[in-house]
Design a protein around this ligand. Structure first.
Ligand code: SME
Length: 158
């Protein structure tokens, strides 16, 4: 596929519906995990313009920063810490409309106002999380949850 994204305007749902086949095409036939995670976060950042989009990977019982787009971020997060560590511990997507109200939120940047974290689950274990931060309050909802969960489901982590 050409390495150019077709970026569209429209509802959030229309944007995801246009973007997801393009992400699948970018991943298709490429076995390298770092390359695939890097292109996935770049595609999301390019379409939606969010403040920060990135993966943390479970390594030796910690989340370690993986491919991301946005400002530099904290490199290691323990289980149960912050939104990412809580999503890992609970093995479920967490939508945080206002990060300042989330107990234990880890503020990598004071510009981040709302957040969604989607766990990547394989064989009943969380092996990574996708973290998305917005500089607007209340940015994420069930539509984001549905489509971001669909996106992490198509990535081959083997
Ligand atoms: N805010 C996250 C930490 C990661 S950064 O936002 C990139 C958290 O509370 O887990």
């Amino acid at each position: 596929m050409a390495e150019d994204l077709n970026i569209i305007k429209g509802t959030k749902e229309e944007q995801y519906r246009m973007l997801i086949p393009q992400i699948k095409a970018l991943l298709d036939g490429e076995p390298d995990l770092v390359a695939n995670l890097a292109n996935t976060v770049a595609a999301l950042k390019e379409q939606f313009g969010w403040f920060w989009v990135g993966f943390y990977l479970v390594k030796n019982d910690e989340l370690v920063l993986g491919p991301f787009q946005g400002p530099v971020a904290c490199t290691r997060i323990r289980k149960g810490r912050g939104v990412c560590g809580s999503s890992w511990e609970q093995a479920k997507t967490l939508i945080v409309p206002e990060v300042e109200k989330f107990p234990g939120h880890i503020a990598c940047s004071s510009l981040s106002r709302s957040e969604i974290v989607v766990p990547v689950i394989r064989n009943n274990e969380v092996i990574a999380v996708l973290d998305v931060d917005s500089s607007s309050l209340n940015e994420f909802d069930e539509t984001d949850q549905k489509f971001l969960e669909e996106i992490v489901a198509v990535i081959n982590f083997n």
